[in-house]
Design a protein around this ligand. Structure first.
Ligand SMILES: Cc1cc2nc3c(=O)[nH]c(=O)nc-3n(C[C@H](O)[C@H](O)[C@H](O)COP(=O)(O)OP(=O)(O)OC[C@H]3O[C@@H](n4cnc5c(N)ncnc54)[C@H](O)[C@@H]3O)c2cc1C
Length: 224
């Protein structure tokens, strides 16, 4: 008799734990399939540490094939679900279309960056939900310090070394706190900037009370 197939879309916190638990409970009585965009589970709470270089990116990823050996992994992005026909459609890692049928479906594709009506954020701010974004942020900060070191214009120097995090929740606060640590290292690396540290060079603004247009500006006013 054919085993029932459980398809899980997404292998973040919800999908990963669902797959692991179902494998334990169902043993060989069900086929568990995970469709995920990456072959790893990403431990998001440590992303701020990755962004400032405190932790190697490898340390916040957990290999799906290694930790879920009895789960069939499909590397791909789901773009449609046919609920009547019980089929999930996706594009695989090489962008080829594919589909798979299911008896039970778990949708655990997670959340996306929330774009609140903060002036400038859509145009200028960078999201913070994945490894590429965390690594980009670190490179961006390092580059801004190098450019600040290269100029003699005090206003440009201050702007380039001023960073504003939109959102003062847990993640935003942690990004800002770790940003201060990275800035300390970069000031030591660029002694020419030592006496020019702008006040409030790392700040968080609670979304919803963000004043006018400087919240996500790549070159905000010094001290903002
Ligand atoms: C930087 C950061 C730090 C955080 N720190 C904490 C913390 O300390 N404590 C806390 O409780 N919460 C924290 N959170 C929130 C927490 O990470 C989320 O609540 C949690 O990740 C939600 O889990 P999830 O499984 O629903 O989604 P996710 O963990 O986002 O997983 C979704 C998965 O689905 C995949 N996926 C998405 N779309 C598709 C698709 N179309 N097809 C296939 N796969 C898809 C994604 O690649 C991902 O693997 C943090 C979030 C961030 C961004």
């Amino acid at each position: 008799m054919r085993r029932p197939r459980i398809v899980i879309v997404g292998a973040g916190f919800a999908g990963f734990h669902a797959a692991r638990t179902l494998c334990k409970i169902a043993r060989d009585r069900a086929e568990v399939v995970v469709v995920n965009t990456t072959d790893f589970f990403l431990y998001l709470p440590l992303l701020p540490e990755v962004a400032v270089g405190l932790i190697d990116p490898r340390r916040v990823t957990v290999s799906l094939p290694a930790t879920l050996p009895n789960v069939r992994l499909i590397l791909g992005e789901v773009d449609a679900v046919d609920f009547d026909g019980r089929r999930v459609r996706y594009h695989d890692a090489e962008d080829d279309p594919g589909e798979i049928g299911y008896d039970r479906l778990i949708l655990a594709a997670g959340s996306v960056n929330k774009l609140l009506p903060v002036p400038g954020a859509n145009e200028h701010a960078h999201g913070f939900r994945g490894l590429p974004e965390a690594l980009y942020l670190r490179d961006h900060i390092v580059r801004q310090f190098e450019l600040a070191d290269a100029t003699d214009d005090p206003a440009e120097r201050a702007a380039r070394t001023t960073f504003v995090v939109v959102g003062a929740g847990y993640t935003g606060t942690e990004v800002a706190a770790h940003g201060v640590l990275l800035s300390d290292i970069l000031y030591r690396r660029h002694p020419r900037l030592a006496g020019h540290r702008p006040p409030g060079c790392w700040s968080t603004w609670p979304t919803g009370s963000c004043p006018n247009s400087t919240s996500a500006c790549p070159r905000p006013r010094p001290g903002c």
